[in-house]
Design a protein around this ligand. Structure first.
Ligand SMILES: NC(=O)c1ccc[n+]([C@@H]2O[C@H](COP(=O)([O-])OP(=O)(O)OC[C@H]3O[C@@H](n4cnc5c(N)ncnc54)[C@H](O)[C@@H]3O)[C@@H](O)[C@H]2O)c1
Length: 376
């Protein structure tokens, strides 16, 4: 509304100022004073218009489903300007819900959600989750947390605060407004697993003082907080243990293996593998993950659920796929193993299949192709 008023004021400025000028002159008769006042107003109007001109009032949005008030939900997505969050925003916006994105833009980017800014169903809250916030919503997807080792190890104390204070603030909000909160947890809660594939009942093997601990233990305490609010305060919670995911809008410099390899292959540089490359990972395409998160949120299942693609690849295999798809001349370079890097990762997704009727649909090669086409 404000945007439209400012826009109108800008284009009809002369008329508007003229009328105001006439009225003031009639009442005061002091021409110089009125002139000075109008000059001040004109400067203010120009500045206000300049500051808000990034919003295109004629913007065309992708169509969204029309919902009546009873089926339209108000949904808060923390970390919604990040890689996974922005894809979740797209799906829920198109499904006709009211979306509030809360982000401090640590790793998130405005361009990931820019296409919704100005839409009546969309609001952007520039806020850090470590500070409390009051808002009335029906559901909270709590994704705020840097996810790549480069980013979460840059300021480990902040990562811990985001996972403790941030999660407590969101759980506190969920308790007050009786919303359901979904936590984006991680397969990192399993650490370097001795059980393979990993079931949700496995307690993990995490080094509590290693370089990855701020994230791994951060996610573990986030889960503990969820179950404490659930048992003590009856808060409705969902916990998704997300395995390696990839897709468009991944940060090209985030240091994660898929983005690293694609960037290196495209530039014709060596694809760098830490260790012997026999360590395995499973990779899920972001669209499968988003479908799983929504299915979990709208289910009645409150225990942790693995969301990942069980197809397992060695890091060397992944590197050769990417070299093939990008038709690159790059070769592979082996570097010393990174401390606490898990040797094997593969989700057991029986719980997701049974309780959410969910399984991944995107093959890794197809997802890689799509990512390379849109992202790089
Ligand atoms: N992408 C994966 O493979 C993966 C795997 C396991 C778990 N996860 C989890 O999923 C979530 C999203 O991951 P992603 O890959 O989109 O990461 P991302 O870094 O792209 O997104 C995280 C978002 O959270 C925001 N954020 C960080 N700290 C914040 C704070 N204190 N207050 C407000 N906003 C804050 C960032 O600015 C960013 O927009 C994270 O919680 C991550 O731990 C992701």
């Amino acid at each position: 509304m404000l945007m439209v008023l400012l826009w109108r004021a800008h284009y009809h400025k002369e008329d508007f100022l003229l009328k105001k000028c006439r009225k003031d002159l009639v009442t005061t008769g002091d021409f110089e004073k009125v002139k000075q006042k109008l000059e001040e107003m004109n400067t203010w109007l120009n500045r206000a218009f300049k500051e808000t001109s990034f919003i295109n009032v004629n913007k065309v949005f992708e169509p969204v489903k029309k919902r009546d008030i009873s089926s339209r939900k108000r949904i808060l997505i923390t970390g919604g300007a990040g890689f996974v969050g922005s894809h979740l925003v797209d799906v829920l916006m198109k499904d006709g819900h009211e979306i509030y994105v809360m982000d401090n833009f640590y790793t998130g980017r405005r361009c990931n959600i820019e296409h919704w800014i100005g839409h009546p169903n969309f609001a952007l809250l520039h806020h850090d989750v470590t500070e409390p916030y009051l808002l009335e919503v029906d559901q909270i997807y709590h994704l705020a947390c840097p996810a790549s080792p480069t980013h979460y190890q840059y300021n480990p104390i902040k990562t811990i605060k985001t996972n403790t204070l941030g999660t407590m603030n969101m759980l506190g909000l969920a308790r007050r407004i009786k919303a359901t909160m979904l936590l984006a947890s991680s397969s990192e809660v399993y650490g370097d697993p001795v059980q393979h594939p990993q079931k949700e009942t496995y307690w993990g093997n995490v080094n509590p003082i290693g370089p990855r601990a701020c994230y791994d233990e951060g996610k573990r305490i986030s889960e503990t907080l969820c179950y404490s609010y659930y048992s003590q305060e009856n808060v409705s919670i969902r916990v998704a243990r997300i395995f390696n995911s990839f897709g468009p809008r991944m940060h090209p410099n985030d240091g994660r293996v898929v983005s690293n390899f694609i960037a290196q292959a495209i530039k014709g540089e060596h694809l760098t593998i830490y260790g012997d490359g026999k360590q395995t990972r499973s990779f899920q395409y972001v669209k499968d993950l988003v479908r799983g998160l929504i299915a979990l949120m709208n289910s009645n299942y409150s225990l942790p659920v693995n969301l990942g693609n069980p197809d397992e690849y060695t890091i060397v295999q992944l590197a050769s796929y990417i070299i093939d798809i990008t038709r690159s001349n790059s070769s592979i370079q082996f570097l010393p193993k990174v401390k606490d890097d898990p040797q094997r990762r593969r989700p057991d997704i029986t719980v997701a299949k049974t309780y959410l009727n969910w399984k991944p649909e995107w093959e890794v090669k197809k997802g890689l192709q799509e990512t390379i086409n849109t992202n790089f």
